[in-house]
Unconditional design. Structure first.
Length: 252
């Protein structure tokens, strides 16, 4: 990683070009670019991702400018972006999507900032995880996003909810409109489960879960599962899946 480190150093105001790591493109692989201005942390992330045979790190960088250039050069599936890199994570999202709208940004942060998370997700980020995340969860977040679903770490969602202002009163009326099955689906979304995992838990097809999710989003007046999870966290009865009125196959 010494080459990558030197490539990202600034001398007299000039910026080095990010190192190119891979030019190949295997069928079915997840192609990723990692952007972070801390070389040792970036090295750890790339090492973790390379350990998975289904993921290829195709480029690195250390700033918002690097992110835009790497996106245009490599056209990755997902770009892992540090929120506090030089130039700013929000600016990086904007520049990347302006050049390559098909790229899915996944944000990394060292602190929980409600405004930052909201701005990033509304700005086009597909996921948000803490820098202390395990390698397993980081890879899972990439797979979830690559599969077309948004991802926010459950622990981060919990912290955001705890730090948020008092719930908006109209939200209660929206939850009242949910059926028992829709509440079950929403409760599992709050847990961070994917549509496939929810289907397995409730013994439903993935297509049926997507149908319920569409209804839930419409009733809650939100656009994404992340927004639904943030709105629902702490609002639903934690024992909803353990209720004696809930069929046994839905409680497992």
């Amino acid at each position: 990683m010494l080459v990558s480190y030197l490539a990202c150093q600034k001398a007299h105001g000039s910026r080095g070009k990010p190192v190119i790591l891979s030019l190949g493109h295997r069928m079915g692989e997840i192609r990723v670019v990692v952007i972070d201005d801390h070389p040792l942390f970036r090295a750890g992330v790339t090492h973790t991702l390379r350990a998975d045979p289904g993921i290829t790190v195709v480029g690195e960088g250390c700033s918002a400018t690097d992110a835009a250039e790497q996106a245009e050069q490599h056209r990755p599936d997902i770009m892992v972006l540090d929120m506090n890199m030089p130039g700013g994570g929000i600016a990086a999202i904007r520049e990347v999507l302006a050049r390559c709208p098909q790229v899915k940004p996944l944000m990394l942060t060292g602190i929980v900032d409600n405004l930052q998370v909201s701005s990033a997700m509304q700005g086009g980020a597909w996921g948000y995880v803490m820098k202390g995340v395990s390698g397993t969860e980081l890879i899972q977040s990439l797979r979830t996003i690559h599969g077309g679903e948004r991802y926010i770490a459950p622990a981060l969602a919990a912290s955001l909810f705890a730090a948020s202002a008092a719930p908006v009163k109209p939200a209660h009326d929206r939850f009242a409109a949910l059926t028992a099955r829709e509440e079950q689906v929403l409760a599992l979304i709050v847990e961070g489960l994917s549509n496939k995992e929810i289907g397995g838990r409730l013994e439903l097809s993935e297509k049926t879960v997507k149908h319920y999710l569409t209804i839930v989003l419409d009733k809650l007046n939100v656009r994404t599962r992340v927004q639904a999870a943030l709105l629902a966290y702490g609002r639903l009865n934690p024992a909803v899946l353990a209720s004696p009125d809930t069929p046994s196959y839905a409680r497992a």
